[in-house]
Ligand binder design. Structure first.
Ligand code: ADP
Ligand code: MG
Length: 366
């Protein structure tokens, strides 16, 4: 089921008396392709949950429309939309067994949709198998780990065979190892069922690793949509560039002078197509190439060998932030000393307008 968001806007009155209204979601237009997993990504408060709640029908938009396939569902209540919801806190019924928790949504079917006891149990077992908890059906939530409880919540969302699956930070309460494992499981389940899924997270690595496409939001506004690698490689603005990647992109105050990209007094790249003036320079950690005669000089702080890669930590007076983090292959040995010099890989050097943060594209001069 494809899901179309058409100029979707949600404005909340301020929580404080006399404060300005909050544009939690601001003019969001996007068509989620059928059967894909979309990662909705951004810092806390950027409007992820509000977007999800608009899709589920828990919230009504101030403006705009939502379509499931060709159906306008904007005015449909949540229970009529055929969505499965999973939240960060599993919200299971503590006095019910796993089986009873999973089949709970089916008990409400009335009239011609009413299911027999056997049919409900059969469907609950099927959903439980998808998340691999079929051997825990008679347990109560308190007798299970957080990861197992979240699987029950996912099974409960799947049991109605939803048209759309909506997950709001579903892994945030799990410890690191379980998070990894459960996110792989989610990807597998989504692939097996083919249910169009929106996955909300503030964790860029999590979103990058499981999504077919990511949507990066800032203060209610969609800043970029694309395949994870595409957004990482080609960020449209400084916000997106900084939000994706660990270690994060290194940001410097630079300038362009007569086709030379300058950081401090050094001309670090020869470029074309950018007028003279101040510019913000973003360099991915993997964009540094160790070279004794390199064009970019930093003050060496320390070298951290991490097996295959080496992390070189340095400082620079034009740096926005504490330290410059570069990742180089461990075969490249850093000579001890006060400074370290690099050449830069142009594909990993992104320029941004110093005032607006919008990307400024350049050509490399040969
Ligand atoms: P996220 O899920 O990305 O952390 P939310 O969608 O929960 O963000 O919130 C987006 C913005 O809307 C925030 O500024 C939040 O404070 C505000 N907001 C959310 N719900 C309400 C509400 N019921 N009343 C007023 N403001 C709200
Ligand atoms: Mg939220």
């Amino acid at each position: 089921m494809k899901v179309a968001l058409d100029h979707l806007t949600k404005i909340y009155p301020s929580r404080t008396k006399g404060g300005a209204p909050v544009r939690a979601v601001d003019n969001f237009t996007f068509e989620i392709p059928d059967g894909k997993l979309i990662g909705l990504l951004g810092p806390s408060g950027c409007g992820k949950s509000t977007t999800l709640n608009l899709i589920s029908g828990l919230e009504a938009p101030t403006e705009g429309k939502i379509y499931f396939g060709d159906d306008d569902v904007t005015d449909l209540p949540p229970e009529k939309r055929g969505v499965g919801l999973v939240f960060q806190n599993y919200a299971l019924y503590p006095h019910l067994t796993v089986r009873e928790n999973i089949r709970f949504p089916l008990e409400n079917f009335r009239g011609k949709d009413k299911l027999t006891n056997e049919e409900m149990d059969r469907r609950a077992l099927e959903a439980a198998k998808l998340v691999q908890i079929e051997n825990l059906m008679e347990r109560k939530p308190a007798q299970m780990s957080g990861g197992q409880q979240q699987r029950v919540a996912i099974a409960r969302a799947l049991v109605k065979m939803p048209r759309v699956l909506l997950l709001d930070e579903p892994l945030s309460n799990l410890d690191a190892r379980l998070r990894l494992q459960t996110r792989e499981e989610l990807r597998r389940i989504q692939n097996e069922t083919g249910i169009t899924t929106v996955f909300v997270t503030h964790d860029q690595e999590e979103a990058m690793s499981i999504s077919d496409m990511i949507v990066v939001m800032e203060k209610g506004v969609v800043r970029q949509i694309g395949a994870p690698q595409e957004v990482y490689d080609d960020p449209k603005n400084l916000f997106v560039a900084k939000f994706l990647g660990t270690p994060p992109i290194n940001v410097f105050r630079g300038s362009v002078k007569a086709d030379k990209l300058m950081i401090g007094s050094e001309a670090v790249l020869d470029i074309k197509g950018v007028p003279d003036g101040d510019i913000t320079v973003g360099i991915r950690p993997e964009g540094f190439v160790l070279n004794e005669n390199g064009r970019f000089t930093c003050e060496l702080s320390r070298v951290e060998v991490m097996g295959r890669d080496t992390s070189v930590v340095s400082t620079h007076k034009c740096m926005d932030g504490v330290s410059v983090r570069s990742i180089i292959p461990s075969e490249d040995k850093v000579k001890p000393g006060k400074t370290v010099r690099f050449d830069l890989k142009p594909s990993k050097v992104h320029l941004f307008d110093s005032k607006t943060g919008e990307r400024v594209y350049y050509e490399v001069k040969k």
